[in-house]
Design a protein around this ligand. Structure first.
Ligand code: GLN
Length: 546
């Protein structure tokens, strides 16, 4: 439990977005945790969506799902993976959530005739939110990442709320870390002016940064460091160089080497006490370094095809790629990911069999809607017929059932009603109780749900457990009217909801590895704790018998 009042680290971004601020926050969290501190992250997003549920992956990358069913920004995934924490909806504050809460209170008459304003009402709501999360989650340190770039209108009031809070709780309890870009001229000279400008924007909002993390192509040169320290009013040792590294997993190690956690702990006045004491996670960094060294020098590799619909936008599959990385890191196996655009397969633009030649495994990940579905079904057929290891996730399970129904059970035209509402064999369908309920988002099955695993199945062996909880995000289900027929044709239901009504896992016995789940196990994989399904899948890809 927390040893006293919490401390706060505030991470802002300057110059431009996409600098990897989330990774700095997650990496710092991992470093502070390795010192035995309880760390709670909060991500603030300025957009007006209440959650990320209806956001298109093209626009915003993957929609990440928490145990409690919150659909949120993918940065929360980065936090969970690196810090090895389980977060709640409250760890993601959006402008939409804050305003909804203030406006609902206004409608209930809670402001009693007052003019409801950004300051003090919305800022007050933000402050209470932050303090509540810190208290409820027993944090020693709260790491708050402010989305976007300083100077954006939509995050300005949030930065103001934090400024007020630092004033009320004492500036000594706050460390302001500003992440900026130090570009390089063709001559190789590192330029600090953009950093100076973004710090002056921050200052105009009443915040003096304590630490500057300078993102650059190459390590920061002494001259650039001195200039940043001088113009931005921070100590030279508090300018942390964060150069490009080959792998994101090296970032925490790099930040540790460059002293980020030490500097932050010092600013917070924790340097002599807890922050320096060896903590429960002290072995984590050593373990990460050992794994990376082995992984990066490993020569064994497999090719895995991902058949999807957003294949030119890798962010749409961030958690899937992370889960593959974690498992392959622990197996010291290099994975060459080959993207197959399901829409191209469907349109006959590419031949899936030749595309899958030389591939040792196939993943069909989650997805929505009709486009590309037939291309995925075709890939699943090849995986089943050719004995190529297959892992189906959510939509991937549904389409594996569709393929099996058509090819093995002889149900011609079988489909999901999501793809073909007129199908004669709706093997995947909405349950009767879901029909006619709510608008978009209303009927979605979200968050962690239990699955009972059947002893004797591959899935049961892989998990080594009778009951598992995985995160869900879907509307459709394997139609209970077809359960007996599918099972009768040899499809094994290796896991179901405790009442037996919903199919959670399927597998095929006469196949090296044909496993699919209605859930999204990729959301529970951690850098240092890979998910067993992914490890087993990759082992199967490299030819091991599972
Ligand atoms: N579109 C499917 C459903 O809603 C699957 C969703 C998914 O893959 N996340 O049930």
């Amino acid at each position: 439990m927390s040893g006293g009042a919490p401390k706060f680290v505030v991470i802002t971004g300057g110059v431009l977005s996409g600098l990897g601020k989330g990774l700095v926050a997650a990496g710092l969290g991992m470093l502070l945790r390795s010192r035995g501190l309880r760390v709670t992250p909060i991500k603030f997003d300025g957009y007006l969506n209440v959650d990320a549920g209806t956001m298109n992956p093209y626009e915003h990358g993957e929609v990440y799902v928490l145990d409690d069913g919150t659909e949120c920004d993918m940065d929360l995934g980065t936090y969970e993976r690196f810090m090895d924490v389980t977060l709640e909806g409250d760890n993601n504050i959006t402008s939409g959530k804050l305003l909804l809460s203030v406006i609902s209170k206004e409608r209930r008459g809670e402001y009693l005739g007052k003019t409801v304003q950004f300051i003090p009402h919305v800022t007050g709501e933000a402050k209470r939110w932050i303090l509540r999360v810190a208290e409820e989650q027993g944090a020693d340190v709260v790491i708050m990442e402010v989305g976007g770039t300083v100077g954006d209108i939509e995050n300005a009031y949030f930065i103001e709320a934090i400024r007020q809070l630092s004033n009320e709780l004492g500036r000594e309890n706050f460390a302001f870390v500003h992440v900026t870009l130090v570009p390089e001229l063709p001559s190789g000279e590192q330029k600090t002016k953009p950093t100076q400008h973004s710090v002056s924007v921050l200052r105009s909002m009443g915040i003096d940064p304590d630490v500057i993390v300078a993102r650059s192509r190459r390590p920061l040169e002494p001259k650039a460091r001195q200039k940043i320290a001088l113009y931005c009013g921070v100590r030279e040792e508090n300018v942390i160089s964060d150069p490009d590294v080959g792998s994101i997993y090296r970032v925490p190690l790099l930040l540790e080497e460059h002293g980020l956690a030490e500097r932050v702990a010092e600013v917070l006045g924790m340097s002599s006490a807890k922050a320096q004491a060896p903590g429960h996670g002290e072995g984590d960094l050593a373990e990460l370094r050992r794994l990376l060294d082995r992984w990066e020098s490993s020569r064994e590799s497999v090719a895995v095809a991902i058949v999807g619909k957003y294949t030119h936008l890798r962010d749409a599959y961030a958690s899937l790629l992370a889960a593959i990385d974690h498992a392959s890191m622990h197996l010291s196996l290099r994975v060459d990911v080959r993207w197959i655009e399901a829409t191209d397969v469907e349109r006959g633009l590419i031949d899936v069999r030749s595309e899958l030649e030389g591939v040792q495994g196939i993943v069909v990940p989650g997805g929505f809607g009709r486009r590309g579905a037939e291309g995925k079904v075709e890939s699943i057929r090849v995986a089943r017929e050719e004995g190529i290891p297959f892992l189906g996730l959510c939509f991937g399970l549904q389409l594996a059932v569709v393929e099996y129904a058509r090819s093995v059970c002889g149900l011609e035209g079988a489909n999901s009603t999501e793809v073909d509402p007129e199908t004669p064999h709706p093997v995947i369908d909405l349950l009767p109780e879901q029909r006619g309920v709510g608008g978009k988002g209303g009927t979605m099955r979200l968050g962690a749900h239990p699955a009972v695993l059947r002893p004797g199945t591959l899935v049961h062996r892989i998990y080594g457990a009778d009951l598992v909880f995985e995160r869900h995000r879907h509307r459709y289900e394997v139609n209970p009217m077809y359960h007996n027929l599918l099972r009768g044709c040899g499809l094994v239901f290796s896991g179901t909801s405790p009442d037996g009504k919903l199919v959670e896992f399927i597998e095929l016995p006469d196949h090296p590895f044909f496993v699919a789940t209605q859930a999204h196990p990729e959301f529970k994989s951690r850098v240092l704790r890979p998910h067993p399904l992914f490890t087993a899948f990759l082992r199967a890809c490299s030819g091991e018998e599972i």
